[in-house]
Ligand binder design. Structure first.
Ligand code: GDP
Ligand code: IMO
Ligand code: MG
Length: 456
């Protein structure tokens, strides 16, 4: 019997590739620039995206949902975005919500209405939604709340989720019971049956769950018609953006490295990959098209919700950072916990994401401090540990080794270039940069667009 191999086969291997293959190899396409949170969220990603969006053609969200809250201040007007990419204010820019995002349609329209009142116009011509994105139902949000109550009752503490239905929706996605935007765009009867089946499953798990499924379906039918013109096959949309004429494409990360489902402080994390891998899977693009990856970090650290936080300051310093920094969650209105900058987590976030540069925000909040500390290593039983512990009990036990810097005690909010910063602030920034081994490209000294010192 023939093996299928022919003595002439080797010739085809040594043949040069066809012109079409060569062209394809040389044309890997446009690269995307990525903005990611390097701590526990709320680092100022929205502000960095807004800065870059003014010269971008496309801004994409690739993961998370309306658990995110991104603030953008333009012309003294403050906008907050949750599901909409922050690039939506830029009139030249198309905003894309990718397949990795979970979408609560009532939340999306509430956000649009709120921002329209602040002056947002023409969004419907600039917004594209992937047909593969999963839908967050109202009952997912109710289940999120019930699970929190259950955690509290069983374990004496909950996660402190945003109750936006994020965990339950990604769980449905993974267990293959979820419904997607493409399902909502197809036969509505089929869609309704699957929704009702899902509700039944949940009610068997949570007998206390009350769902008015008919009213939810009625609302969804209306939303379906409103979003229909915006829905596209996301893979083809991104392919065209990458392979068409030169374009600047920006990806707006939501949540952050330490909230990542794989690499964060599990289980006190969110339910998606907020690190760089989520960009490929959440948009359907090859890794070769990832260009610059900008990590965003505050000049100190904050965290909303429960979970280990080694450099947390439960004292006057923490209170000062909280009040001066207006550290209140954009999505839930909860006070953010505050502490010193932790370079162990920033190095860890860099190992995962490969940051090409860093935006260090909120330096101005440190202006009044006599001395400023920076966490540089973790110790257990007096010995430095050369890794970031996966186990939460271990992480809770670490002792932080700090470097102490003299405060600059000068108002930096009017600084617009490196030389405007006091030398002690420059020292602080250079120390952070050298320790992480990533250049700091921007330093934030205020909320608005112009309060961003660009270093190179
Ligand atoms: P995001 O979730 O990463 O987009 O960040 P949030 O918008 O949740 O939180 C960051 C907060 O800090 C917002 O209120 C911003 O307006 C504010 N902010 C960002 N950069 C700076 C800065 O450099 N200085 C000051 N004072 N505030 C800033
Ligand atoms: P941005 O994009 C801060 C936190 C929640 C909670 C945990 C799980 O604004 O930086 P979830 O609702 O996602 O199941 O909650 O994750 N969390 C955030 N904290 N900023 C965020 O987003 C966050 N997104 C989720 O507080 O502790
Ligand atoms: Mg936020």
């Amino acid at each position: 019997m023939s093996s299928g191999w022919s003595a002439n086969d080797h010739k085809s291997y040594s043949n040069p590739p066809s012109a079409a293959v060569k062209r394809a190899r040389n044309d890997s396409g446009n690269k995307v620039t990525v903005v990611l949170g390097a701590q526990w969220g709320d680092e100022g990603k929205g502000k960095v995206v807004d800065l870059l969006a003014t010269e971008s053609d496309v801004v994409c969200r690739c993961q998370g949902g309306n658990n995110a809250g991104h603030t953008v201040v333009v012309d003294e007007k403050e906008y907050d975005f949750h599901l909409l990419p922050s690039g939506i204010i830029s009139t030249k820019c198309t905003s894309f919500i990718g397949n990795g995002v979970v979408i609560h349609l009532p939340g999306l329209f509430e956000e649009i209405d709120k921002n329209e009142k602040k002056g947002l116009k023409g969004w419907e011509k600039r917004l594209v939604i992937s047909d593969r994105a999963h839908i967050v139902f109202d009952f997912h949000q109710a289940v999120d709340g019930l699970q929190e109550v259950q955690r509290q009752a069983q374990e004496g503490q909950n996660i402190g989720t945003t109750k936006k239905g994020i965990g339950p929706t990604y769980s449905c996605k993974a267990s293959r019971t979820g419904l997607r935007i493409c399902d909502l765009m197809a036969d509505f009867n089929e869609f309704s049956t699957r929704v009702k089946n899902l509700v039944q499953q949940y009610q068997s798990m949570y007998p206390a769950l009350k769902v008015d499924v008919e009213s939810e379906l009625k609302k969804l039918k209306d939303y379906a018609e409103r979003i229909r013109p915006l829905v596209r096959d996301g893979v083809y949309f991104m392919y065209d953006a990458i392979h068409g004429p030169p374009k600047k494409i920006l990806v707006e990360g939501a949540n952050a490295a330490l909230l990542d489902i794989d690499f964060g402080t599990y289980p006190f994390v969110t339910s998606s990959n907020c690190t760089v891998g989520g960009v490929c899977t959440g948009l359907g693009i090859p890794p070769a098209n990832i260009g610059d990856v900008y990590g965003v970090s505050k000049a100190y650290t904050t965290r909303v919700g429960i979970g280990a936080f080694p450099t947390e300051q439960l004292n006057a310093v923490g209170e000062l950072l909280q009040t001066r920094g207006h550290e209140v969650g954009v999505t839930t209105g909860r006070k953010r916990r505050c502490g010193w900058l932790d370079l162990v987590i920033l190095k860890y976030a860099h190992m995962i994401n490969g940051f090409t540069a860093i935006a260090l925000t909120k330096l101005d909040i440190l202006d009044v401090l006599d001395e400023i500390k920076v966490g540089v290593a973790y110790k257990i039983n007096g010995k430095r540990i050369p890794y970031f512990p996966a186990n939460l009990e271990v992480l809770q036990k670490v002792e932080v080794e700090y470097e102490t810097f003299p405060g600059w005690k000068t108002d930096t909010s009017a600084a617009r270039k490196w030389n405007d910063l006091p030398p002690k602030a420059q020292n602080y920034i250079r120390f952070v940069e050298n320790h992480i081994g990533v250049p700091i490209k921007w330093v934030g000294v205020g909320k608005s667009r112009e309060c961003m010192i660009q270093m190179f």
